[in-house]
Write a protein that binds this ligand. Structure first.
Ligand SMILES: Cc1cc2nc3c(=O)[nH]c(=O)nc-3n(C[C@H](O)[C@H](O)[C@H](O)COP(=O)(O)OP(=O)(O)OC[C@H]3O[C@@H](n4cnc5c(N)ncnc54)[C@H](O)[C@@H]3O)c2cc1C
Length: 454
């Protein structure tokens, strides 16, 4: 907490990392004032997105490569840790054939040979398990009900969790494997980069959120509130998908998509393109999903919308009369200053925050208001993402054995170590994960340097 609240920002700023200067309220959390969640909106998005975070670190590594202090070994896949004289002494694995696959796409796994590298310390930073759906299902927490039959993947294929088993075989202890953070607002990428590629919608608060049968979820399962709570509510519905129903006016202001490719304005640090976010019209990538995405239904009238929704799913579960009743009841609350609809209260509350009002929350309106249309329904899939369990380490990033003692010479950081021991807790909340990766990497790196200093 001390690092996050003090040193982190000036440290990153000095290295050239910048942030999109509008605070957002990605995860309000749930329940009462002392419940989990962000009590205030906060900065989330880096200027330059993921590549913008990596760039200053890459520059440092490249400088170390140039001065002969670092060697990069691409296409080397670690398959085991090696031991000598009772101690860990390196890694062994396969050298894969050269690949010219585009970034993020599946590269060849054909082995050309073996390699071994020996070193006084090994630092494992192999990421989480989100692309290995078998592992996700095997670790699915009983408290969230049965694992979804169908999920889409919110992480690239290299996030396969293989190294966890490799380190466990070497005596490392895995803790809290059932702590995962998967999103409930996944849509299939119509331009997939990796297998079963799912993109997450970061929604503003206004879309109606319905279960597979078209029934509104109760409070506080509104867009942008409580990811894990809503995941449970979806699971309790007996289906592995849910629906947003919204208007064109809502999609224009409230749909943001996660991922560097989906935010060319921020990734390209293009101020002019970024300013277009506050102008009328949906951002280009959102509009493209609306047109091409398999999960989207767009219609002028509610009957047409329901027909489209029922065509998208194996069973026609949405009842027009019931959905209309719920929307009319919700719309009636737009005329009621003292509304009893908690989602309408939340929308009005969000508009009190200048950032939300400017860029994230549509002016309250009736969903059946023709002027706000067309109507849109989006089928939301479960999209895998984050792994909060993993290798247990001490505060220096040393991997612990089942005995609780550190394994000499073995360190872990980042998502493979649950973002540094799940340092933000199970309900880490939106956007707090990279901070844990940076901090745990720094802790482990410094401790490894101390251990190897001659
Ligand atoms: C679309 C998207 C959006 C995200 N948005 C946010 C956000 O807004 N805020 C936030 O905090 N977090 C976000 N995250 C999460 C965050 O990006 C990851 O948690 C973080 O990148 C994990 O970093 P890492 O270095 O631990 O692992 P990774 O970045 O997964 O890197 C692991 C590396 O290890 C390599 N590797 C794995 N196994 C082996 C092996 N056996 N041998 C050799 N190499 C191996 C892999 O190829 C990979 O290069 C997002 C993730 C995604 C996919």
């Amino acid at each position: 907490m001390d690092f996050a609240a003090t040193e982190k920002r000036p440290w990153l700023h000095a290295m050239g990392v910048r942030w999109f200067p509008v605070v957002g309220w990605a995860e309000r959390g749930g329940y009462l004032a002392d419940g989990h969640g962000n009590s205030v909106p906060r900065f989330h998005v880096t200027w330059g997105t993921g590549p913008g975070v990596v760039a200053p670190f890459e520059r440092r590594v490249q400088a170390a490569v140039a001065s002969g202090r670092v060697e990069l070994r691409f296409r080397h896949r670690v398959d085991e840790l090696t031991w000598a004289g009772g101690g860990l002494d390196g890694v062994r694995g396969a050298v894969l054939e050269p690949s010219f696959a585009a970034r993020g796409t599946r590269s060849s796994h054909t082995e050309m040979g073996q390699f071994e590298r020996h070193a006084p310390v090994v630092l494992v930073t192999s990421g989480g398990i989100g692309a290995n759906q078998d592992l996700v299902r095997a670790n699915w927490p009983a408290r969230l009900g049965p694992a979804p039959r169908r999920m889409i993947s919110g992480v690239p294929e290299h996030v396969d969790g293989r190294m966890l088993a490799i380190v466990a075989r070497a005596g490392g202890r895995i803790v809290n494997p059932d702590r995962m953070w998967h999103y409930t607002e996944g849509i299939e990428n119509w331009q997939p980069i990796w297998a079963r590629h799912g993109v997450r919608i970061l929604p503003g608060p206004s879309s109606l959120w319905l279960d597979a049968r078209g029934r509104r979820f109760p409070a506080p399962h509104f867009p942008g509130f409580d990811t894990l709570g809503t995941l449970k509510a979806i699971s309790d519905s007996g289906y592995d998908y849910s629906w947003f129903v919204l208007t064109q006016k809502i999609i224009e202001k409230e749909f943001a998509l996660s991922g560097s490719e989906q935010n060319p304005d921020l990734t390209g640090r293009d101020i002019r393109l970024t300013m277009a976010r506050i102008r009328p019209g949906a951002p280009g990538p959102v509009e493209a999903f609306k047109r091409h995405g398999v999960d989207f239904v767009v219609a002028r009238t509610l009957p047409e919308l329901v027909t489209g929704m029922n065509k998208l799913t194996a069973e026609p579960l949405i009842d027009l009369a019931d959905l209309k009743r719920q929307i009319v009841a919700r719309d009636r609350e737009m005329d009621n200053r003292f509304t009893k609809d908690m989602q309408v209260m939340a929308i009005r509350n969000a508009r009190r925050s200048p950032g939300e009002r400017l860029a994230r929350t549509a002016a309250p309106h009736k969903i059946l208001d023709l002027g706000a249309g067309p109507l849109i329904a989006v089928r939301l899939n479960i999209v895998t993402r984050k792994t909060l369990g993993g290798l247990q380490t001490d505060l220096s990033g040393r991997v612990l054995a089942n005995s609780g003692e550190p394994i000499p010479g073995l360190f872990a950081a980042g998502e493979v170590a649950g973002f540094g021991g799940g340092m933000h807790g199970y309900r880490s909340l939106e956007g707090t994960f990279l901070g844990g990766c940076l901090f745990s990497g720094r802790q482990a790196g410094r401790a490894a340097a101390r251990e190897t200093a001659s």
